[in-house]
Each structure stands twice: as structure tokens, then as C-alpha cells.
Design a protein around this ligand. Structure first.
Ligand SMILES: NC(=O)c1ccc[n+]([C@@H]2O[C@H](COP(=O)([O-])OP(=O)(O)OC[C@H]3O[C@@H](n4cnc5c(N)ncnc54)[C@H](OP(=O)(O)O)[C@@H]3O)[C@@H](O)[C@H]2O)c1
Length: 398
């Protein structure tokens, strides 16, 4: 059973203060974050807690104010405890007021846009007001403020980006870029096939491919009204948009041959797994590569042995976290700069999104209820757009 934060002495104190609080907009602001103490269903284990203002940052660290942070599918897996990258437990009351030795908390959120608000001694290359993104996983971005090592963040260009661009910069655009770049040497006019093409990653693949002069065949789940989705993906640059049902159409191969002029497709990107991926892999040509980065259907991937024997198919996995671990800071900064430039030039759109704001006048109980209901609705598939969390500092008691 998940531990209820409100049953522990420290949190009952914090929560009872906040629930009975008579708010005043003129009083000093506190901090708030979304935490859990035990893995489980986010709609049951997440809680909002209030914590004190951060003290001045220790040497080589910066205090950040988060502006906007997405809820990505991997965040849900992390809270469930089935994702390999986990946040460190926080138990440093002295510096942040979060957690205790007896009951450390995990602060949710892996990705986000923050502004530097205070700089510790020894910090280089960052000053107050800079926009930054995270260069370390699981820093706890569902917070109003955090203190982090300065080498744990990367500075964004000073202007020209929206908050939504910045908040969604480090996970999906980097993944899309690296998968198109890292497995096959593609030339202008080449073809790439992908499933989950309407996912945030898939939409970025479409846009980056278009920018590189590549053609894309994009598979999505069928839905009652396909028209708006097809129009949207085509407006991003999709060459062809099809559904997984089309993969069962015997005439599909000849259609594709016509589109490609008989050219082999050598790269397939897999977001979903299961039967649609098996069928998509069969569209690949000689010496091709299947790159799996998601498993949204939660179904295993099965590949005909003949594809390996006769077509020399190679099947890879890609994990951006691993790419980040194995690449230098300079390479990461170069990639972020490149993507930010594309965003500023309008070549990469921020994902369609819904911003959920948790404002200063909301009590921790109300915030907890709101956050849990978002996750419950996400599990029911009610959000078709990326959810971005905007946590505002809770007002202190009047
Ligand atoms: N390996 C990496 O480094 C890396 C990096 C970034 C993301 N990812 C992974 O990539 C995937 C997409 O992430 P995102 O942020 O782009 O997600 P997103 O924007 O929320 O999109 C989710 C996608 O999954 C599809 N989907 C949901 N449930 C499905 C099901 N039961 N069967 C088939 N398709 C289903 C959705 O299709 P509908 O619209 O039809 O529901 C949509 O296309 C996730 O698995 C994420 O963890 C991996």
C-alpha cells in the first residue's frame, strides 16, 4: 500500500498548515512540488507538498525556478517503478525542506524549463535570468524551485523560444534527431518509415526528416475521424500517413514501391511494439535497421528470422538517457543549440499541448487532487495533447 504523506508527522504539519491557510497574495511565497514516497499508480501515490523558500545556493550550484514541465509517458513508468532511471530520494530538510531521513521523498518530473534565480560561488557560464534545461535525468522538475549542481543544466539561447519549446526540448527532439542521425547514413530523397507517428517524438521525426529532405511513411492508430490527424501530420511535412490497419492491405507493398520508385527503405522507427511493428519491419529493404524507442502498446516485438537472414536486418534499441550518458557536454550543448535554432526558425513546432496551472491560492490537498485527477484522465486516454505542468509558488499564510 502506498504510504500516505499526510500520515507522517512532517507532512501532516505541512499539509495541515496549507489546508487551513487563509491565503494572501501579498505575503511571502513558499515552494511546492509533486512527490511520492512509494512506487505505484500516479493517480494514487502522488501528493503536492509545500516547502520553504530555498536558502542561497551552496558553491557550484544554482537555484532554479521552474517555468513549465511536461508529463511524459516515461514519468508514469518511473512513478510506477518500472523505468530503469529513477530519482534519488530527497531527505535534506536543512537545505530544501523536502523529505526526512525517516521518510525520503521522490520528486517527480524528468524534463522541464527553468530560470536561474540565484547563482552559488564558483558557478561558471550562468547568471540570473538565464533559461536552462536539464542535463541530468530525474532532477525533480515538477517543482516551483530546486537547487541543482550547475553542471546539471544546459543554458538555452536568450530569446526566440517559447516556454513550451524549452520545456519539451531535451527528451523528444533529441531522440528524434539522434534516431534519424545515428543508425543509417541517409541521403536527401531517402525514405524512413515509423509507427506512433502522431506521438510527440513521431511528429518531431516528421519535421526533422522534412528539413533533411527525407520522405516519411507514417503509421498511426486508426480513429473515428482520421481527417484532422492526417491534415496535421501532412502540415508538419509527412509524405504519407497510413493506419496500422493499412499494414494488412496486400496492395500496400506495391503502393510503396510506386512511391519510393523501388528504392529500399533502410530505417524504421518503432514507438509501439506488437503486431504493427512486425508488419512494418517487413516493409524494410536490404541492410536495413529497425530502431525501437517506445513500447506504447505494451505488446512484445516479434521479428521473422527471415528478415535477419535474407535482408540482413539489424534491430536496435535507442534510449536518449544512454545517449546523454555516453556523449560529452559539448556534444549535448551542440545538439540543444541546433534544435533550438530549428525551433526559432519555425522548423520544429512545440508539441500540441495543454498547460495545467496549479496556482498560488490552491491548498496542497486541492493540488494533490488536481494532479491525481490529471493522471487518472491520462490513463483513460482523455488527453490527446502533451500535458505541461505550471506550478506556481503557493502564497504563505496571511
Ligand atoms: N527511448 C527514448 O529515449 C525515448 C525518448 C522519448 C520518448 N520515448 C518513448 O516514446 C514513446 C512516445 O513518447 P511521446 O512523449 O512522444 O508520447 P505521446 O506524445 O504521449 O504519444 C503517445 C503515442 O503512443 C500512442 N499510443 C498510446 N497508447 C497506445 C497503445 N495502446 N497502442 C498503440 N499506440 C499507443 C499514441 O497514439 P494514439 O494517439 O492513437 O493514442 C501516441 O501516438 C513513449 O513510449 C516514450 O516513453 C522514448
Amino acid at each position: 500500500m502506498p504510504i500516505s504523506l499526510s500520515s507522517t508527522p512532517m507532512f501532516s504539519r505541512i499539509i495541515s498548515q496549507s489546508s487551513s491557510r487563509a491565503f494572501s497574495t501579498s505575503s511571502a511565497l513558499l515552494n511546492r512540488c509533486i512527490v511520492y514516497t512509494q512506487n505505484g499508480d500516479p493517480a494514487q501515490v502522488l501528493s503536492a507538498i509545500t516547502y520553504p523558500k530555498l536558502p542561497s545556493p551552496p558553491p557550484n550550484t544554482v537555484n532554479l525556478k521552474f517555468l513549465l514541465s511536461p508529463i511524459n509517458p516515461a514519468d508514469i513508468n518511473t512513478i510506477e517503478g518500472v523505468y530503469p532511471s529513477r530519482p534519488k530520494p530527497t531527505s535534506n530538510i536543512a537545505t530544501s525542506g523536502l523529505g526526512s531521513q525517516d521518510q525520503p521523498v521522490f520528486v517527480g518530473g524528468n524534463e522541464g524549463l527553468a530560470q536561474v534565480v540565484d547563482v552559488g560561488e564558483g558557478v561558471q557560464g550562468l547568471e540570473n535570468g538565464d533559461w536552462v534545461v536539464m542535463d541530468q535525468p530525474q532532477l525533480g522538475t515538477w517543482s516551483t524551485s530546486r537547487n541543482v549542481p550547475f553542471h546539471g543544466v544546459i543554458k538555452l539561447p536568450a530569446s526566440g523560444l517559447t516556454e513550451a519549446h524549452g520545456a519539451t526540448m531535451t527528451v523528444n527532439p533529441t531522440t528524434a534527431y539522434n534516431m534519424l542521425d545515428g543508425f543509417v547514413k541517409l541521403q536527401e530523397g531517402d525514405w524512413v518509415v515509423q509507427n506512433g507517428a502522431n506521438s510527440a517524438v513521431g511528429q518531431l521525426v516528421i519535421q526533422i526528416a522534412k528539413e533533411r529532405g527525407l520522405n516519411t511513411i507514417n503509421f498511426v492508430r486508426s480513429r473515428d475521424d482520421m481527417g484532422p490527424l492526417v491534415t496535421h501530420l501532412e502540415s508538419l511535412g509527412a509524405t504519407k500517413v497510413l493506419t496500422y490497419d493499412d499494414l494488412n492491405d496486400r496492395s500496400l507493398r506495391s503502393k510503396i514501391k510506386e512511391w519510393t520508385g523501388g528504392q529500399d527503405i533502410r530505417l524504421a522507427l518503432n514507438c509501439v511494439g506488437g503486431d504493427p511493428t512486425t508488419a512494418m519491419a517487413k516493409l524494410l529493404g536490404q541492410d536495413s535497421h529497425l530502431v525501437s524507442y517506445g513500447a506504447m502498446s505494451k505488446k512484445p516485438l516479434s521479428l521473422p528470422t527471415s528478415l535477419h537472414i535474407f535482408k540482413n536486418l539489424t534491430s536496435h534499441g535507442f534510449w536518449q538517457t544512454n545517449w546523454s550518458r555516453t556523449h560529452s557536454r559539448t556534444e549535448k550543448e551542440e545538439l540543444i543549440t541546433k534544435l533550438a535554432e530549428m525551433m526559432k526558425e519555425g522548423k520544429l513546432k512545440a508539441p500540441e499541448h495543454t498547460i495545467i496551472t496549479i496556482g498560488p491560492q490552491v491548498s496542497d490537498e486541492e493540488a494533490t487532487e488536481k494532479v491525481r485527477s490529471i493522471f487518472a484522465e491520462m490513463a483513460e486516454g482523455k488527453f490527446r495533447k502533451k500535458v505541461l505542468l505550471k506550478l506556481e509558488e503557493p502564497a504563505a499564510c496571511a
